[in-house]
Ligand binder design. Structure first.
Ligand SMILES: [Ca+2]
Ligand SMILES: [Ca+2]
Length: 96
């Protein structure tokens, strides 16, 4: 999970590599949480090449029964793309 704050309050560059955030009302700050799935796209409890295949099948329009889009979104960008299948392969290769 990635988490960061966003604000529309302008930043002012100080010219020395630092920035100053203008006075900001508390309500002008929002917390953005990006959830990155664990890759178990088919929900069988482990991350294997079949999860990458399930993601590719989803992309091709052949969503399998039990496909879990939330955890299949490995890079947490809100979409299921080939990058998520690559992410599953990277999870497998890293032994996580
Ligand atoms: Ca799986
Ligand atoms: Ca994604």
């Amino acid at each position: 999970m990635k988490c960061h704050a966003q604000t529309t309050t302008p930043l002012t560059e100080n010219g020395n590599g630092t920035w100053t955030l203008a006075a900001m009302p508390y309500y002008n700050l929002r917390l953005v949480v990006e959830y990155a799935g664990n890759g178990d796209a088919n929900g069988d409890g482990s991350v294997t090449i079949t999860d990458a295949v399930a993601i590719v099948n989803k992309i091709l329009g052949n969503e399998s029964v039990g496909f879990n889009q939330t955890v299949a979104d490995v890079n947490g960008d809100g979409e299921i793309t080939i990058s998520d299948a690559v992410g599953v392969v990277n999870i497998i290769l890293s032994g996580q």
